[in-house]
Design a protein around this ligand. Sequence first.
Ligand SMILES: [Zn+2]
Length: 226
Amino acid sequence: MKHDLAGGARGALLLSLVLWPALVPAQDATRLTETITAISTGDGSVQRREAILTRLRALGADVATQPFGRGDRSGVNLVITLPGRDPRVVLVGAHYDRVEVGQGVVDNGGSCATLIELIGAFKAAPLGRFTLKFVFFDQEEAGLLGSKAYFAANAERPAFAMNLDVFAYGNEFFVTASKPDGALVRALRSAHASSTRAGTSPNAAPGVIEGEFSVVDDARGRVTHS
Ligand SMILES: [Zn+2]
């Protein structure tokens, strides 16, 4: 658990810094770790959801709760919309229900903590053009119930979607892209190139990001920070 937490927190911090370096100021690693701890302390979705909602309320985020299903196949998705000038939607999601084994720190508390950080960053510095939607999915480990319910209930289809699920651990990102040369993989390669030039990200908290990024150029678009 302790090892998981350190790896999960570091991975979450790394992704925030690499993908949104201009928006994310010197990150507070302590806050991220506290958020991951609060989420993963909860055994079930109800407690995990409460931990997420507490932090979203503190950010002043407007949260729509979308219940779905019945009995043990029921759940609640949480949706935060940050409107832009353009109705086209960029969706970033992460499931908050946990895997059976352990406390669900890496799968998927770290991703949820990253999503909370991103919501805070984009509230402070809105995207402007695109409408942003952040979705915390429930019941994904039970067979993608939350995301299926979300797209069944919401007719609009995002122009771009990214799902964070065990996306990072320690010094590695795990990226699977629908297009091997798509926007996300290109952004990560570009971050790799600039970090190689600059050494480390100027926004990196001391001791958190060291060394250079290297890209493992395989079909899954895996990016390694080493
Ligand atoms: Zn998962």
